[in-house]
Write a protein that binds this ligand. Sequence first.
Ligand code: ADP
Length: 256
Amino acid sequence: MPNNLIELNNISYAYHNLHSETPALQDLSFGVKEGEFVAIVGPSGCGKSTLLSLIAGLLKPEAGTITINNPDGSLHYPKVGLMLQRDHLFEWRTVYKNVILGLEINHLLTPHHLDYVHRLLQDYDLEQFKDKRPSELSGGMKQRAALIRTLALEPELLLLDEPFSALDYQTRLMVSADICRLIRKSGKTVILITHDLSEAISLSDRVLVLSKRPARVKEEVPIRLTLPDASPLAARHAPEFQGYFSYIWEVLTNDQ
Ligand code: ADP
């Protein structure tokens, strides 16, 4: 088994203002292996987005450590790509100008990166829409464009914060299956936050269940499904699916 690419050890974090403090995470520990797809579920307001901000380096833990074990032994923090609930595409830019935005901001408009974007646009069937405006795309196409914008910077670790929750249920099923197939193909290490247990079970290798705020890891549930094919839609019909659902629901709602 590969080592953990990233390890969180006894992390605590609280928000402070003049009059009070809100502890968001307490003594929280887990690791994620290279190439692994981990889903995190937990009650609303328990600290999931705070956790993602800490991993992304946008916040610093008040206690505990985040350690990195790069497969090549180097010490650099993995390049992080963040995908949020809304696609945040800018209407005044074309789809192409949107997907190269991160490269532009980071002064990375090199032939290597632009070739990669070109390949992604082809692979994700957006090539012929690259001169359109975001409002001319379907919800699923917009999420694909947002994913290309994230992948263009070649992140080593993808952080997905409820990336499908703005879509209606039917679109959400199709788009989450589609996007996750593309992400799996890329072999990236992924941490997905979702409040949808079915999504967590069907897409991930392991589900972490967080407690109420301040969040700690209540339970880690490895997911092993017997599947006729590897699609997340097929996963929902696997014989083990309902058992995982009931178990994770029980852990989530049990107040211990
Ligand atoms: P989740 O993503 O699980 O819904 P969050 O990480 O967004 O939870 O928030 C965890 C807790 O921290 C919540 O109670 C929220 O109100 C509080 N919180 C989040 N951001 C801030 C902030 N900037 N200032 C103060 N409290 C915050």
